[in-house]
Design a protein around this ligand. Structure first.
Ligand code: HEC
Length: 105
């Protein structure tokens, strides 16, 4: 019985490791906020965050915290579309963090 358990644990263990590795790979792609920004946000906010198509907020002047940005991106605001059905939490967080880098430029 003990041996059996050990086998099960080992089997699970190695399986988990390989799926963890895959997860990490996915995560790495997912967490690239600049890619997400270029794909979904540039059309309104522009490459540098200040293009302002359809009244888009100048992100270089945004005073929102990451949490507040996550809120705007998740649920949208006025003309800005909500991204909760397009992006997952991780992606929204990553792109919110990316917009911080626009500010410093
Ligand atoms: C359809 C055009 C459009 C797209 C696409 C868009 N936005 Fe916006 N965004 C807007 C508009 C318009 C506002 C201003 C909303 C308002 O006046 O309340 C805004 C506001 C914001 C704000 C709030 C800024 C502040 O300080 O109040 C953030 C952050 C933001 N957008 C980030 C993003 C990110 C990140 C993406 C890509 C995932 C994105 N937006 C895609 C139009 C867009």
């Amino acid at each position: 019985m003990f041996l059996f358990l050990v086998c099960v644990i080992f089997a699970c263990g190695s399986e988990k490791k390989s799926s963890d590795r895959n997860m990490k790979k996915d995560l790495k792609q997912v967490v690239d906020g600049s890619k997400i920004y270029k794909r979904y946000c540039v059309s309104c906010h522009g490459m540098y965050g200040n293009m302002g198509t359809s009244g888009a907020f100048d992100l270089t002047k945004s005073a929102l915290t990451i949490e507040e940005k996550v809120g705007v991106i998740t649920n949208g605001r006025k003309l800005m579309t909500a991204f909760k059905s397009t992006l997952d939490e991780e992606e929204i967080k990553a792109v919110a963090e990316f917009t911080e880098s626009l500010k410093r430029k």
